[in-house]
Ligand binder design. Structure first.
Ligand code: CS2
Length: 495
């Protein structure tokens, strides 16, 4: 059926909505992308359905108006398409009350955060949105956008500055407390966000800095949370599926796997939705869950994505189906990530591993290697240094962590004459240009690894001093370039 002949999804679409009216806004969400719409929004919908409450969400995209425009055209509605090989199920969360683009209206962001009705600011701005320096973990004051935001108080560009300006507005007006909730894949994401917010505030003029820091200290909490759901980018396939199965046109359906998990620290100074109604778990042990997820899932995912792309695999299920890649993934997960993690008591780690592989094999999802491989310069900083340093300190070389870095660099910053293929070329990365310049000046993989890790500190100051790790990474880059990724995985296995 041609989509143009179908009714468009909106509040009048019959038969699909549990509620026709969204709750009044209580949450401002930065990073209004697919992940948020298939995760936090779904939990919030369940919470409001179960217990009510003014927990509507104002969604803010950073630059693109693709989602915000479509949301307005569709009365703030969209379809979540849960995809498994057995079939698809559909739902339409009804929690968003408004949506806009920060870059088009920067003052409105601080105003939304500053509004008395706002009680939570949540973030899914990706690792790259936190404007921190991978080398130090601190706010990246050299970033031109951070510089801009320190010099211009009313039109902040970066999420951290938007939050600080919104908090200042609260302090100046009604003074009501607020919770800042990071939902990104960063270790200890609550404390990390708090640290960056405080660092930004402390760089303001002296009296302003002192007052802002004092107010934040007394009125803002930063709970940590672990989020988990594989959410690929949407495609025409999902638009057609919705049209065929539901009989309406949705421009922005969100595909997602059936699995979903949200673990949070219960530290909400201004109240929160009853997210447990959607299955969220509140615990004091978030850090352990976060570590488990960021390393075993996300870390292994990176290796699968880079080896997969170098082997011509478009999707994660295709990559996981290649025997040597699955073997390498199991090695890095069991032998190099797992020893660095304190497994939460409630988790059976063997079952967790099997569940991960079955999630990665969900071929119906079509999760692309280029999507998981994007932003490696900031993602790998979260995934690799701590487990690598722990093994190096114990006198053991983490060959598969080195292989992850080698495969990443081969994708993003190949040496002259090496073509990593289309899937690698599609990966976005904020450090691509810098790394490619370093690659252009390098005669070998060892040379490149020394420049990127040793001089440029891509994976932090400490790993920059570990010459053995840098050397191993460089050797594996050379093997990838000369003999291919399979030979490099064999070299890692034989060591
Ligand atoms: C992936 C994650 O893109 C990536 O780096 O590892 O997006 C992953 O799919 C999610 O964190 C799953 O919860």
């Amino acid at each position: 059926m041609a989509r143009s002949s179908l009714p468009q999804l909106n509040a009048e679409t019959p038969g699909i909505l549990r509620r026709t009216v969204a709750p009044a806004p209580g949450i401002v969400h930065l990073g209004f992308g697919n992940f948020h719409r298939a995760h936090q929004a779904v939990y919030t919908d369940a919470a409001v359905a179960a217990q009510g409450g003014d927990w509507g969400i104002i969604g803010i995209s950073s630059r693109s108006s693709a989602i915000t425009d479509a949301m307005h055209a569709q009365d703030m509605l969209y379809t979540v398409v849960e995809i498994s090989p057995e079939g698809s199920t559909f739902s339409t969360p009804r929690v968003h009350t408004d949506a806009f683009v920060a870059a088009e209206d920067p003052q409105r962001v601080a105003a939304a955060i500053g509004a008395e009705t706002t009680r939570i600011v949540s973030l899914t701005v990706t690792e790259n949105g936190y404007t921190y320096s991978p080398a130090t973990g601190s706010l990246n004051v050299a970033d031109p956008d951070v510089q801009h935001d320190l010099a211009n108080s009313s039109v902040p560009r970066t999420p951290i500055a938007q939050i600080v300006r919104g908090l200042q507005q609260r302090a100046r007006t009604h003074g009501k407390p607020l919770t800042v909730l990071s939902c990104d894949n960063l270790a200890d994401n609550g404390h990390h966000t708090q640290r960056l917010v405080r660092e930004f505030a402390s760089l303001l003029p002296t009296a302003e800095a002192a007052e802002t820091l004092r107010w934040i200290g007394a009125n803002v909490t930063f709970p940590s949370s672990m989020v988990d759901r594989i959410v690929p980018a949407t495609t025409d396939h999902y638009r057609s599926l919705v049209a065929e199965q539901l009989g309406y046109a949705d421009q922005i359906p969100v595909p997602a796997e059936p699995f979903t998990m949200w673990i949070l620290e219960d530290n909400f100074i201004a109240g929160r939705p009853a997210w447990e109604a959607g299955g969220a778990i509140f615990t004091d042990d978030v850090a352990a869950y976060e570590q488990l997820k960021v390393r075993l899932l996300n870390g292994t995912h990176s290796l699968i994505a880079y080896l997969g792309a170098l082997s011509g695999a478009a999707t994660i299920p295709d990559a996981t189906g290649i025997g040597y890649i699955e073997a390498a993934a199991r090695h890095v997960l069991r032998d190099e990530y797992l020893p660095s993690v304190t497994v939460p008591a409630a988790v059976d780690v063997e079952a967790y591993e099997e569940q991960l592989f079955s999630r990665w094999r969900n071929s119906a999802l079509g999760h692309r290697t280029s999507q998981v491989g994007s932003d490696g310069s900031v993602k790998l900083r979260q995934r690799i240094p701590i487990p690598a340093l722990e093994m190096l300190d114990a006198g053991v070389m983490p060959h598969y962590l080195a292989l992850t870095v080698a495969a990443y660099l081969s994708c993003i910053a190949p040496l002259r004459g090496f073509d990593p293929g289309n899937h690698a070329n599609e990966m976005q990365d904020p450090a691509r240009e810098t790394l490619q310049e370093l690659a252009a000046g390098s005669g070998s993989g060892r040379d490149l690894a020394a420049k990127v890790l040793g001089e440029h500190h891509l994976l932090g100051d400490e790993l920059a001093t570990r010459e053995d790790f840098i050397r191993r990474t460089g050797e594996l880059i050379d093997v990838i370039h000369r003999q291919g990724p399979l030979a490099a995985a064999s070299a890692a296995a034989e060591s």
